[in-house]
Design a protein around this ligand. Structure first.
Ligand code: F3S
Length: 395
């Protein structure tokens, strides 16, 4: 991979150890994937935050990287969800040993200049690249969103690579940064109107088929941004989709010559209904309804507030979101309505990266196919997959 004089000096340690180590990662990646050079980025989103997933080894790596203070993020860089609500972990019943470690991890990231936004929907809280910007994002649903809905360009980076890119302000130029790799290779004709959890079911079906490919959807109705984030999260969890197109909706759909794509699939209401059913793993009672995967938008919180207003919830309810979105929900009175009904808005973390298996829950109700896919495998718990109105039960 070609390096400029300054980039070579960074590799040689002339700008300090943090930058040298970061360049090591980027150059190794570039060499593996045949990148021609590094390209400037405007934004990073860094995953690998929960103590549950990175453990002691991850914490030591970050503290070691931060210790000489020679390198910090040089562009808009935000952090993925950790394993606790950083402020209210005690009230919500998170284990203390875990919360202490979790705060150390988030602090180490902050020392490296990564903002403590703690969300997988950074595009809702100020990390919004422009169309065609090169970026380095790593949480898979956020990658799908930024590539597909915003039209910025990133590969599915690992956490350390996105961190290195944030510090250097560059990433290797290959894969989804290049026009030729952003074309669809599967057309999906959907002949039923989708709503709510149908979008996750569709994404789950297609992700399995397309793997790391690029699907092109022809839908009966027009999805909103919340539907698109649900769809992308599911595509990125059952497959490894980084980019999808929706006809007449996403910004690059017109770059495809759809008539020339040979692989075509047809999805009817039958497949959607079957998948919705298959994502549920038990017929037992739900003890925690956990919404906000990816992290809830203000509109999604408002919808839940409308469902629970004036009622008493039987099971526990968490709506996971960022601290920034919750601040507006507080001002709008949504938080008070949800808390009065017995629910909680939980900041920073989510049902997959939190240690919920240590918190006495057994059956989790979710409206996200990504959560339905990961809660059984990562937490060892059962899930019920359905729309919000059907998951929340009242006294
Ligand atoms: Fe976000 Fe957690 Fe889902 S990180 S996409 S809420 S699994």
């Amino acid at each position: 991979m070609f390096l400029t004089k300054k980039e070579q000096e960074m590799c040689d340690g002339e700008y300090g150890e943090t930058i040298r180590k970061s360049m090591d990662i980027l150059v190794a990646l570039g060499d593996i994937y045949g990148a021609s050079k590094l390209v400037d980025i405007t934004s990073a989103q860094v995953s690998g935050v929960s103590y549950k997933t990175i453990g002691e080894a991850g914490l030591e790596y970050l503290q070691d990287l931060a210790k000489d203070g020679s390198g910090k993020a040089t562009i808009n860089a935000s952090l993925n969800p950790p394993g606790t609500d950083l402020d209210n972990w005690k009230e919500l019943g998170f284990p203390e040993y875990f919360a202490v470690k979790q705060n150390e991890i988030v602090d180490a990231y902050a020392d490296l200049g990564i903002a403590k936004t703690c969300t997988c929907t950074p595009y809702l809280v100020g990390n919004v690249p422009r169309f065609r910007d090169h970026v380095s994002w790593s949480e898979s649903s956020a990658v799908a969103y930024v590539n597909s809905v915003i039209g910025a360009r990133t590969n599915r980076e690992g956490g350390p690579a996105a961190l290195a890119a944030a510090i250097v302000g560059k990433t290797p130029l290959y894969g989804f940064h290049l026009d030729e790799n952003r074309k669809a290779n599967l057309v999906v004709n959907v002949s039923t109107e989708l709503k709510g959890a149908d979008y996750g079911a569709l994404g789950y079906i297609i992700g399995k088929v397309v793997g790391g490919g690029v699907p092109y959807f022809k839908l009966e109705n027009t999805p909103n941004n919340n539907n698109l984030k649900t769809l992308g999260a599911a595509l990125a969890s059952s497959g490894s989709v980084a980019l999808y197109h929706v006809e007449d909706v996403t910004p690059e759909f017109g770059t495809n010559n759809v008539e020339e794509i040979e692989d075509i699939m047809f999805i009817t209401d039958k497949e959607i209904a079957e998948t919705r059913q298959n994502l549920t793993t038990t017929d037992k009672e739900i003890d925690l309804v956990c919404l906000g995967c990816p992290h809830a938008s203000l509109e999604e919180i408002k919808e839940v507030a409308q469902v629970v207003q004036g009622k008493t919830i039987k099971n526990k309810l968490w709506i996971c979101t960022s601290v920034s979105v919750k601040a507006t929900a507080d001002r709008m009175g949504y938080t008070q309505i949800i808390e009065a009904a017995g629910g909680n808005i939980v900041c920073d973390t989510c049902m997959v990266v939190a240690p919920i298996e240590e918190m006495g829950f057994e059956v989790i109700g979710v409206n996200s196919a990504k959560a339905a896919n990961y809660v059984p495998s990562m937490c060892g718990l059962d899930v019920v997959y359905d729309d919000v109105e059907n998951l929340i039960h009242f006294e």
